[in-house]
Design a protein. Structure first.
Length: 412
């Protein structure tokens, strides 16, 4: 396989990725410019808005400075003229991450890993720099370093996940060769259980959001009709809601875990209690329950149950022979079964806490002026809840699995 061809294909891949991401945003804005505005406004402003939204989708904070005359026309107070929006529209970032995963699974990446990684990340950084430098002057600004680094981190995360997925992945092989066997087994089992626990809760959250969209369809339509967006506005609104849908799924996951999320200062949504106030006028937010059932707190058991099942799966892999008493010939600290299982549970809890905190950080922050400067989950609370739930579940499940295997062998 020719390195030049791989280099060209990698650069072209990133150009297509950026073009696709921007095109999905710019297309509906162009339709609004053509049909609703009648070509009367500057198309460059629509392009600048598309670039801003693309960066926001990767977690880049946007700072708005509204001119005084426009602020007065919109009835914004003096304190609301300067505000920040930094809640990521994860639908856009997810596209970049999945694109990186797709690139990482290619045969060319396995042959030239350093070349593909360097060119892919470097090309995305250069394209991000070009977007920032050539962006028209407007009321929105962003930190240049964040604009260069954060989209590249999404792409690199996809490449990294691809390096760890599969039985013959390079990441697992490197870990196995660099660490002692027992420690590598603990880390691998803990990482698998922790990441799978997060994936399981997020998957259940996605299913819950889908069910709520069906159940609350009438409320969503009522909010949509109250906005009177028009045909082109409806298209733009649909694209915006698709972009924010993964963010809502993360919020639902934090609700399942326990700490929940806020929809503005003083508006908490959690299974332990809900206090909703004014909700942003986005139709999809009509699915947020205003009065959850009294038994909603029981949903917190789901992450523990998922972790318990994963503990049952990984426990026998860590303790490959004997029971909890272990083997007298094994005198090393990490050779003791209970130590292995506890360490595995600790790694699983740390991994789930890390992933949970990362997701919460990306989907929390400011969504506008006033009381909407505090929106989303609390990353510290999410890390604490998710880490403890997964560690406890994995520990109980792995101990139960090892004990059950010992009883089965003793009964033969």
């Amino acid at each position: 396989m020719n390195a030049r061809i791989v280099s060209f294909a990698t650069v072209l891949d990133i150009v297509v990725l950026v073009g696709l991401g921007l095109g999905l945003i710019f297309a509906p804005l162009t339709l609004i410019w053509a049909f609703d505005d009648g070509f009367s406004t500057d198309l460059l402003m629509s392009w600048a808005a598309a670039v801003d939204i693309w960066f926001l989708g990767h977690g880049v904070p946007l700072s708005f400075t509204v001119p005084p005359d426009l602020a007065d026309a919109l009835s914004l107070g003096a304190l609301s003229r300067d505000f920040t929006v930094d809640v990521a529209l994860l639908g856009i970032g997810l596209l970049t991450l999945l694109w990186g995963f797709r690139m990482g699974r290619r045969e060319s990446t396995a042959v030239y890993p350093l070349l593909v990684w360097t060119l892919a990340v470097g090309t995305l950084v250069l394209l991000s720099l070009a977007l920032v430098v050539f962006m028209p002057q407007q009321v929105v600004s962003m930190p240049v370093i964040d604009a260069l680094v954060r989209p590249a981190l999404f792409l690199a995360s996809g490449l990294a996940v691809a390096a760890w997925v599969g039985p013959h992945s390079s990441g697992k092989s490197l870990l196995q060769s660099a660490l002692p066997g027992s420690l590598a087994d603990i880390l691998r089992a803990g990482f698998t259980a922790g990441s799978a626990a997060v994936a399981g809760v997020v998957s259940f959250a996605a299913l819950s959001v889908a069910v709520l969209l069906i159940v609350s369809f009438a409320t969503v339509i009522t909010i949509f009709e109250s906005l009177q967006p028009g045909v082109m506005g409806s298209i733009a609104l649909a694209v915006a809601q698709l972009a924010i849908l993964p963010t809502l799924i993360v919020w639902a996951a934090t609700w399942i875990v326990g700490p929940g999320f806020t929809l503005g200062t003083g508006a908490l949504v959690s299974p332990l209690g809900t206090n909703l106030q004014i909700v942003p006028a986005l139709p999809v937010l009509g699915i947020v329950p205003t009065d959850p059932p009294t038994f909603a707190f029981a949903v917190v058991a789901l992450p523990v149950l998922a972790a318990f099942i994963l503990g049952v799966a990984v426990g026998p892999r860590v303790v490959d022979r004997g029971g909890l008493a272990g083997n007298r010939a094994d005198i090393g600290f990490l050779s003791q079964p209970l130590v292995k299982l506890a360490a595995t549970a600790g790694v699983a809890g740390a991994v789930s806490a890390g992933f949970g905190g990362l997701l919460a950080s990306l989907t929390s922050g400011s969504l506008g002026p006033g009381r909407f400067q505090l929106v989303g989950p609390d990353p510290a609370a999410v890390m604490l809840w998710w880490g403890l739930e997964v560690a406890l579940g994995v520990l109980m499940g792995s101990i139960a699995a090892v004990q059950n295997r010992s009883r089965q062998r003793a009964g033969r």
